[in-house]
Design a protein around this ligand. Structure first.
Ligand code: ZN
Length: 194
């Protein structure tokens, strides 16, 4: 698994990836309206999310991770910006069926740099969503793509992958979480005056 990088400010967007414990990760995410799809604002946000995702060397990003609390996700299972045909942008996605079969694999998250953990997910899922053009989208995803989708979908419900870690995994990454909390507090306070 590739290690994510912090891209900071990325050319072509003013959005930034927010990190834990930023409150945007826990806020309610609004359904996207027909008007928002028609006026192109969601298409623009998703384009900028893909820029950030590739800059951070991630494979998926949910809108709350860029401080936009709407039900929108983007991903590219290949993680390769040249393979733009693999890009998936989903509006108001829903999981309509989960397999009983589960798999446990390592996951990381662009909002939790420098750590990862083993997460149990359904092996396959059935999904419904809208495309950027407002068309109905129905698909069955398996394995890696099902995992990415379930991870991003959790973000839309204010859930992050550390919520799903077994206790010993959670304990293992606790020092990393404390560092992020400290960094967040320092950003809130700003640079110390000399
Ligand atoms: Zn994530």
């Amino acid at each position: 698994m590739k290690e994510e990088v912090d891209p900071g400010k990325v050319e072509g967007t003013d959005l930034r990836i927010v990190k834990y414990p930023h409150p945007a990760l826990r806020r309610r995410n609004a359904e996207i309206t027909k008007e928002e799809l028609e006026d192109g604002s969601i298409a623009q946000v998703s384009k900028e999310m893909l820029l950030l995702m590739y800059a951070a060397e991630g494979v998926g990003l949910a809108a709350p991770q860029v401080g936009v609390n709407k039900r929108l996700m983007v991903y590219n299972a290949s993680g390769d910006s040249k393979r733009w045909l693999d890009e998936v942008v989903l509006v108001n996605p829903r999981i309509v069926e989960y397999s009983d079969a589960k798999t446990v694999e390592q996951e990381g998250c662009l909002s939790f740099p420098g750590m990862n953990g083993m997460v149990e997910r359904s092996k396959w899922i059935k999904v419904e969503a809208l495309t950027l053009k407002g068309r109905k989208f129905k698909r069955r995803f398996t394995d890696w793509e099902a995992r990415i989708f379930q991870h991003e979908y959790d973000h839309l419900d204010g859930i992050v992958y550390i919520d799903r870690l077994a206790e010993e995994e959670r304990t293992r990454i606790q020092p990393n979480l404390e560092t992020l909390i400290q960094q967040h507090e320092e950003e809130l306070v700003g640079a110390p005056a000399l």
